[in-house]
Design a protein around this ligand. Structure first.
Ligand SMILES: NC(=O)c1ccc[n+]([C@@H]2O[C@H](COP(=O)([O-])OP(=O)(O)OC[C@H]3O[C@@H](n4cnc5c(N)ncnc54)[C@H](OP(=O)(O)O)[C@@H]3O)[C@@H](O)[C@H]2O)c1
Length: 335
């Protein structure tokens, strides 16, 4: 048996219930992880409210990323993982629990200089940012990348990755404190979207050329400003709709006049082979930079909550208070 956070009736934070349930059964090619820490993602809030159900056949326990130790190898596992290895993993669900079953291809070793709490903040946020910048936008050296929600979990990863790829990150965020964090992580400049017109800021920064790439998790409320900020032939990558799902106005005409590319992506609904390829590319290209001396990349942790305080953690994210990731300490006794 194990402790896990369950949602019987979708709804508010009070509907997150800590329960004792059966441990997951291992399918072919899966590894059972003893979870030390999980991290929150915006999608968790939607899933709790019943607006983002897990893909068919996946755990209905919330949680898209964990770090912990290998407990048991399932039948047919080919990779050389062994019990007690420190691992972190991308999940389709099941993270808010003491044990989770994961396809072997979606495990990554925890960089030796990171704690398991820090490592839990990497898989979903960093693989999303890496996927958007590399697989989808194909960011090139010297390009200017506008990252909205620059202090979010994904945003703090994206800013650092843009720098790693030799491109120039600029950000928007909703407070001076959040902009300061993004600048500390490598943003060349930032705009408070509540008080500044970021279109003007982007044009001043790029001397009228506009941003080559926009990482957009806002959607509806920002569409006009995004098209206005985009460079000719630019790539606008939509990966969230926190600012609304509908648009009214001349989106197509404006986009066409910029010869703009509107790209979209979701990670959780991708098939196992795509995710395995993403994890392999990330492990090869990005992971070593977390443990380099000096480390050029770091997961940004906003706060850590106990598993029994998961409702508080959700409340904190829902109020847009976090800068970087919120971590859930599931099994504090593991080092
Ligand atoms: N497509 C995918 O595969 C994928 C995967 C992972 C995440 N995502 C998306 O990525 C986004 C970030 O996720 P996360 O977990 O990193 O989020 P997070 O850490 O909770 O940060 C989200 C931040 O976005 C800002 N925000 C919220 N509503 C806004 C609005 N209407 N307009 C402007 N800014 C707003 C807030 O910061 P401010 O104070 O700056 O407003 C908030 O703190 C979410 O939209 C999520 O759904 C997509």
């Amino acid at each position: 048996m194990m402790r896990a956070v369950c949602v019987d009736v979708p709804g508010g934070v009070e509907d997150l219930l800590l329960r004792t349930v059966s441990r997951p059964h291992l399918k072919d090619g899966e590894v059972l992880i003893k979870v030390h820490a999980a991290a929150l993602n915006r999608a968790d809030l939607l899933q709790r409210r019943g607006l983002y159900p897990p893909p068919p056949g996946e755990s209905d326990i919330i949680g898209l990323e964990v770090a912990g130790t290998v407990h048991t190898l399932g039948p047919g596992v080919m990779s050389p993982w062994k019990p007690d290895d420190r691992v972190m993993a991308l999940l389709s669900g099941g993270g808010y629990a003491e044990y989770v079953a994961v396809p072997e291809q979606l495990l990554m070793p925890v960089p030796s200089n990171l704690t398991l709490c820090q490592a839990a903040a990497i898989p979903e946020a960093w693989l999303t940012a890496f996927q958007l910048l590399d697989f989808i936008a194909r960011v090139k050296e010297g390009e200017v990348v506008l990252v909205h929600a620059g202090a979010s979990g994904v945003g703090t990863a994206a800013v650092q990755l843009v720098r790693l790829f030799g491109a120039v990150p600029i950000v928007t965020a909703g407070s001076a404190e959040k902009l300061k964090l993004a600048e500390k992580l490598g943003a060349a400049t930032g705009f408070n979207y509540r008080t500044d017109n970021f279109v003007q800021g982007v044009h001043e920064f790029t001397q009228g050329k506009g941003a080559n790439v926009i990482l957009d998790c806002i959607g509806g409320s920002n569409w006009e400003k995004n098209v206005s900020s985009l460079a000719m032939d630019g790539r606008w990558v939509l990966y969230g709709t926190m600012g609304g799902r509908t648009v009214e106005g001349e989106l197509l005409g404006r986009l066409l006049s910029k010869r703009g590319h509107l790209l979209t992506s979701l990670l959780r609904s991708r098939n196992l082979q795509y995710k395995a390829d993403l994890v392999a590319a990330f492990s090869h290209r990005v992971l070593p930079h977390f443990s380099a001396q000096p480390a050029s990349l770091r997961p940004v942790i906003d706060s850590t909550f106990k598993l029994e305080d998961v409702s508080e953690a959700h409340r904190h994210m829902e109020a847009n208070r976090n800068m970087g990731k919120i971590v859930i300490d599931v099994n504090p006794q593991i080092l």
